[in-house]
Every structure is written in structure tokens, then in C-alpha cells.
Design a protein around this ligand. Structure first.
Ligand SMILES: C[S@@+](CC[C@H](N)C(=O)[O-])C[C@H]1O[C@@H](n2cnc3c(N)ncnc32)[C@H](O)[C@@H]1O
Length: 197
């Protein structure tokens, strides 16, 4: 079994579960700048649990996560992340609101012949434009966020940064890029969204 260590967290990886990559590291580093002790944090699509485990190892927070893949949910549980296996926000306690909600969604534009078999496809398949999950996420996120809360969304230049910011604005959020990293064929960014009061 492969285990990785990063910023005081030890994280076990598993077959058919997204291996933490540059996007995961950028989101974890950025989230550590925003998340403070005492906050309630929700991670959607936790995968191996890497980002949540890094946050828990460095902050005194209440954190829960959701994950659609049963294989990833089990892996994250083995990394001591409290996971609900569900589709996005379904199954979360009604009325519970978080200070910070983070999501590293499947963000790559994906055609039919680029799909990968099994549960791992949920990690990569962002639909034809890479934004398949962004709309549904933005439609629901405000119900689970404190009025002065923060959304952190990891996307790529291939996803369409301006389009994602527009989608967030349509849902009454102020949004802008707060971190970025140039990778080989794309730029990864973290978009911060705050509800307009
Ligand atoms: C790009 S991976 C990121 C994993 C991890 N958060 C990280 O940063 O390393 C996206 C994750 O979201 C999960 N996912 C995709 N769609 C989902 C949905 N509708 N609800 C919950 N999880 C979802 C995938 O199974 C996958 O584990």
C-alpha cells in the first residue's frame, strides 16, 4: 500500500481512487491560508481524503466530506476523514452551514472515447466543456454555506476560468482567482467565491 506524507498528514492511496496531484496540492495549500481553527469545513469529492487530511492535521476544525465513489469513500475513511458517500450535497443534515466549502471537481473536458472505466471516471470526467458539475455545485452550495462563508473551487484553464467565474456570479457570488500554478498543458487555479450580501 502506498502512503504519502505532506504537511503533517499521512495519506494512504488506493486502486481506482484519484492519486493526489498538483491540483490537490494547490487546493490544500490555498485552503490552509483560508481555514482557521474553530471553523466548520465541508469538502465535496474528497477522493483519497488528501486535502481534508492536510487541513485536519494542521487546524483544529470540524470537517466532513462527501464522495460519490465507494472506493474513494473507503480510502478517505482509512485516512480518518469523516465521509458521507453521496452525490455532492445529498444526505447532508438540512440547515447545517459551513464556514468553508471546498471542491476539486472533475474539471477536464471529456469526450465519450476519453472516459475511463469504473469509478475513477468520476475523478476526471467534466463532460464536454469540463463544467458538468460546476452548475449543480453552484446551485446548491449557498444552502450549505454561512452568509459570510467562502467557497474554494479548483479548476483548470481548460475548464474555462472566465466561464466558471460568470457561473458563480450568476449564483450571486463575488468570485476571483486567488491562487494559480502553471502545469505542462494547463494552468490550475483556485477560484474563491463569497456570497454577495
Ligand atoms: C479531481 S478528484 C479530486 C479528489 C481529491 N479531492 C483531491 O483533490 O485529490 C474529484 C473527486 O470528486 C469525486 N466526485 C465526482 N463527482 C462527484 C459528486 N457528484 N459527488 C461527490 N463526489 C464526486 C470523484 O469521485 C473524485 O474522487
Amino acid at each position: 500500500m502506498v502512503t504519502i506524507e505532506y504537511r503533517n498528514a499521512k495519506v494512504r492511496l488506493a486502486e481506482q481512487v484519484y492519486d493526489p496531484a498538483e491540483d490537490s496540492y494547490l487546493l490544500a495549500d490555498t485552503a490552509l491560508e483560508i481555514v482557521k481553527d474553530g471553523m466548520a469545513v465541508l469538502e465535496i469529492g474528497t477522493g483519497s481524503g488528501f486535502v481534508s487530511a492536510v487541513l485536519k492535521a494542521n487546524r483544529d476544525i470540524r470537517l466532513i466530506a462527501t464522495e460519490i465513489s465507494p472506493l474513494a469513500a473507503n480510502c478517505a475513511r482509512s485516512n480518518r476523514v469523516d465521509v458521507i458517500r453521496t452525490d455532492m450535497f445529498s444526505g447532508l443534515k438540512a440547515g447545517k452551514q459551513f464556514d468553508v466549502i471546498i471542491f476539486n471537481p472533475p474539471y477536464l473536458p471529456t469526450s465519450e472515447d476519453e472516459k475511463v472505466p469504473g469509478w475513477l471516471n468520476y475523478a476526471f470526467d467534466g463532460g464536454v466543456d469540463g463544467r458538468k458539475d460546476i452548475g449543480p455545485f453552484m446551485e446548491q452550495v449557498a444552502d450549505h454555506l454561512q452568509p459570510d462563508g467562502v467557497v474554494l473551487l479548483l479548476i483548470s484553464s481548460l475548464t474555462g476560468i472566465d466561464e466558471v467565474i460568470s457561473e458563480m456570479e450568476v449564483h450571486n457570488f463575488n468570485a476571483h482567482v486567488i491562487a494559480s500554478k502553471k502545469c505542462s498543458f494547463e494552468k490550475l487555479v483556485v477560484v474563491e467565491g463569497r456570497p454577495i450580501k
